[in-house]
Design a protein around this ligand. Structure first.
Ligand code: UDP
Length: 370
């Protein structure tokens, strides 16, 4: 059984860390790793392969950021060539990026069944490029691995046959469990930045709806400056956000906002585990905040991870007014949510995915690569 896994962006490398490990330990299973090149900086790509011990990609397509259409188109073309040559039995894609969409479309048109990990997530906001990517991918995938009961319900509501959907839990929980202790042992980031546990706020921003709207980004900067009067703010800045901030010259951070380049996963996990509050527009980081029992404020109008709002670990603060966003972040300090609930499974998602694929491998029809 040969699985071609397609990755291209930071959260996909992180998810692949645990799934690839299980595939490679599964008898008669070969994984062929295709990196599209969507994220290519050392601190957005290589660092994860090194510290999470992800095998080197078999193919690196080197497709850099361009317009959505050009990037996705070039990826489809490149992936199609690789699939024709490597002839996998399955193609596995993660999440909701252009690499996910391109991988799914290239495969399904070659009649190679697509496996979608992190299926069924919905913001119900079609202005988000990620929403389009995940809806299309879910509808062309052969089997969909949903992380939560809400995700399963979303797929049911869209008419996807239940036999194609598996509730497996969240692979990011597997990763956080697997690397949490290692982060505590190896990371020196708290002492390097002179931070005390639970005495700082951690922030990340990268969604187009925040970075591409100068007013929203200015509001976020204002909110972080206000919060920094109470507690230092640590802000590892995504390359896209940095590029926009450099053009918005009026955005100046106060000294207690510590800006830094993106950090590796172990450093990030350490920062998440010890933050007083996390303010973010990232999907993955909302969940990691919960895994660490750190309160989270989501700087968006909506979230795909609605169970975190219900469990009181997360609250929404759309960045429309700096003072109210700052107040929301400060009021989250010291708050606690439900510590009993396990909406993301028990850390066995990768194993469940692998054993499901193995169970289906024998039933798969031979591929026609014309
Ligand atoms: N992350 C990281 N370093 C950083 C920022 C994020 O390792 O400087 C990790 C984070 O811990 C999480 C993943 O990247 O596992 C989330 O990726 P991102 O926020 O880029 O994407 P999203 O989850 O929103 O798709």
């Amino acid at each position: 059984m040969k699985i071609a896994t397609i990755v291209g962006a930071r959260p996909q490398f992180i998810k692949a860390a645990v799934v690839s490990r299980v595939f490679r330990a599964t008898p008669d299973c070969t994984e062929f790793l295709i990196h599209t090149g969507q994220h290519y900086d050392g601190n957005m790509s290589d660092v994860f392969f090194d510290e999470l011990e992800i095998p080197c990609p078999d193919v690196h397509l080197g497709i850099r950021a361009e317009s959505q259409g050009a990037q996705t188109g070039r990826m489809i073309e490149g992936i199609e060539c690789v699939l024709l040559e490597s002839q996998p039995d399955w193609v596995l894609v993660y999440g909701d990026t252009n690499s996910t969409l391109a991988g799914a479309l290239a495969s399904v048109k070659l009649h190679i069944p697509v496996l979608h990990v992190e299926a069924g997530l919905r913001s119900f906001n079609r202005m988000m490029p990620e929403e389009i990517n995940r809806v299309v991918t879910d509808h062309v995938a052969e089997f969909l691995f949903a992380p939560t009961a809400t995700a399963v319900q979303n797929l049911t509501d869209e008419g996807i046959p239940p036999a194609r959907v598996q509730l497996v839990g969240d692979v990011m929980f597997d990763v956080a469990l697997s690397f949490g202790e290692r982060a505590e042992r190896h990371s020196r980031i708290l002492s390097q930045l002179k931070l005390a546990s639970r005495r700082y706020v951690l922030c990340t921003i990268h969604r187009a709806q925040n970075t591409d709207e100068p007013a929203r980004l200015r509001t976020i900067v204002e909110a972080l400056n206000r919060v920094s009067e109470e507690l230092p703010v640590v802000f590892p800045i995504h390359p896209r956000t940095r590029a926009v901030l450099e053009n918005l010259q009026t955005c100046v951070f106060r000294p207690a906002v510590i800006t830094l380049p993106p950090v590796g996963y172990l450093e990030m996990l350490m920062l998440e585990r010890h933050a007083a509050v996390i303010a973010t527009d990232s999907g993955g980081i909302q969940k990691e905040a919960f895994f660490c029992h750190t309160p989270c404020v989501t700087l968006r109008e909506e979230t795909e991870w609605t169970e975190l709002i219900q469990l009181n670990w997360n609250r929404l603060a759309p960045p429309t007014d700096g003072a109210s966003v700052a107040e929301c972040i400060i009021s989250a300090i010291g708050s606690r949510g439900d510590t009993e609930a396990k909406p993301y499974g028990e850390g066995k998602a990768a194993e469940r995915i692998a054993s499901f694929i193995v169970s289906r491998a024998h039933a798969a029809a031979p591929r026609d690569f014309r």
